[in-house]
Write a protein of this length. Structure first.
Length: 485
């Protein structure tokens, strides 16, 4: 049986959902300089070169230190209006309430609260916006579940301090947390420090120029320290706070029982996810990671007391996203399959979404078991769902059978993990419950929602909200505690 206080909800992120990018005193974030794209056309950031030209680079490319952020008036940047939650939150909260959820996962926009990331005083207008949203949710019996940092950062911190490469950013982040924990004390009880901490790999999420492996490892170390400090602070300010981590839980299978495939799967798993969960759940770097750093000749710059900080900042729970699994193989010519954050080898036993992500509901049950066995911490599925195109019928209805099928099968496996395997599961918040901009491609047509938003890939549309068939399915799913699955 699911817990009595099981959280049924939906998940979003500010840079994909909120909009109002230059309103209410908000400052520029790295996500604001990211264009839209498609499956075959990657999203890029616009920069101004010292010669005064605008150039476009992917967040994963090393960005020269003397490039400045710039907005190109000719281009469409999806984060600027996103789906306009900033102005439509009342209607959206009503829709969530009608759906029957008791939790709503959203992130705060750092630059709405500290426009430069580290201003002397927080921006009252930004804080008041989240006051209003949280109060409206709570009035409808919906608990806010807040991701403190989801895939963006203040441009000012990147330009002045090289983002997470600097210890200054740790202090700025902890100050943000301090303001959030105090202001929303008693109203927000569930927090996550960093979204998909194992996928923070480019300029947009790290703010680091000239990124290479050594600089990445240092930035990551700072993020671990910042997260640990946030956990301890959250507990100190309100012992009722649950402060969790958020992992892209990419389940990997070895392609064959060839010991070389199995050994490679172990190594890939460590690099892809275990390092991040090990540090955040156990409070120290695992030996395999220390050996790897030493072998590469990377020496992390640490401050006295950091070890204690990491140990004292173990997370209360593991929030994770689960969309697909992937296959690891030593065969160099194995065909690749796309997936959340990383492309691995194809799995002939699975079908894929229209965006090429393998669909593996049983893998969710496996993932829950593996995480539970390894850490014995409460788990929270904070993202799951099918990115698919929707067709609006003439009468306005949307028959998203494939999405219902995906969700139904995943909920069924999730329940088995609880009922038959004894996993401790806190809740389920499927991704993009109200349609929002895709993080990977910046498209609007890659939809996850149960509520349709009338907007296309270039930002045109009325933004009107419409209930899909999955809306009514999820309503029944929640009402029956997942039985309709
Ligand atoms: C995760 C992110 C989300 C989200 C989701 C779906 O990686 O936490 O922000 O967008 O994946 O990915 P996409 O939007 O690329 O389909």
């Amino acid at each position: 049986m699911l817990r009595k206080d099981f959280l049924w909800g939906g998940a979003t992120a500010a840079n994909q959902f909120e909009g109002g990018f230059d309103e209410g005193g908000r400052g520029l974030a790295t996500s604001d300089t990211k264009t839209n794209g498609s499956k075959d056309r990657p999203r890029k950031h616009s920069f101004l070169t010292p010669e005064g030209n605008i150039v476009y680079l992917r967040g994963s490319e090393p960005i020269p230190a003397d490039y400045r952020c710039v907005l190109d008036p000719e281009r469409y940047y999806p984060s600027h209006r996103a789906v306009d939650f900033y102005h439509r939150w009342r209607e959206d909260v009503d829709l969530l309430a009608e759906m029957g959820v008791n939790a709503f996962r959203m992130s705060v926009s750092w630059t709405r609260i500290f426009p430069n990331g580290d201003d002397e005083v927080p921006n009252e207008e930004g804080l008041a916006f989240y006051d209003a949203v949280f109060d409206a949710l709570l009035a409808r019996g919906i608990q806010p579940v807040v991701t403190i940092n989801h895939f963006d950062m203040p441009v000012a911190l990147s330009e002045k301090y090289d983002g997470w490469l600097s210890r200054h950013t740790v202090d700025a982040y902890v100050r943000l947390c301090d303001v959030l924990f105090r202001r929303y004390c008693g109203r927000v009880r569930h927090w996550m420090t960093f979204n998909e901490i194992n996928l923070l790999r480019g300029w947009d999420t790290l703010g680091v120029h000239e990124l290479d492996d050594a600089r990445y490892q240092q930035a990551l170390y700072h993020i671990f320290v910042a997260s640990a400090k946030a956990v301890a602070l959250g507990h100190q300010i309100d012992p009722e706070n649950h402060v969790g981590m958020m992992l892209a839980a990419i389940l990997t299978y070895a392609e064959t029982c060839n010991p070389a495939d199995v050994a490679l799967e172990l190594a890939v798993g460590r690099r892809l996810k275990w390092l991040f969960a090990d540090v955040q759940c156990r409070g120290y770097y695992p030996s395999y990671a220390l050996r790897e750093l030493a072998a590469k000749g990377i020496e992390l710059v640490r401050e006295p007391g950091d070890d204690e900080v990491l140990r004292a900042g173990c997370v209360d729970y593991i929030g994770f996203s689960y969309y697909n699994s992937g296959v690891v193989t030593t065969r160099p010519d194995a065909p690749r399959a796309l997936g959340n954050g990383v492309a691995l080898a194809e799995n002939p036993y699975l079908e894929s979404s229209a965006w090429g992500w393998p669909i593996d509901p049983v893998g969710l049950r496996t993932t829950l078991n593996v995480l539970w066995d390894r850490y014995q911490k409460p788990l929270f599925v904070v993202e799951n769902g099918l990115g698919a195109e929707d067709v609006v019928e003439e009468d306005g209805s949307i028959h998203d059978e494939a999405r219902i099928d995906y969700l139904r099968r995943h909920v069924a496996e999730m329940k088995k993990a609880v009922d038959e395997d004894g996993v401790d599961l806190m809740g389920y918040t499927p991704w993009g419950v109200i349609d929002l901009v895709s993080a990977g491609t910046g498209e609007m047509k890659k939809r996850y929602g149960m509520v349709y938003v009338d907007m296309d890939d270039e930002g045109a549309g009325t933004l009107e909200r419409r209930r899909k068939d999955s809306f009514y399915w999820y309503q029944r799913c929640i009402a029956t505690s997942g039985e309709v699955a």
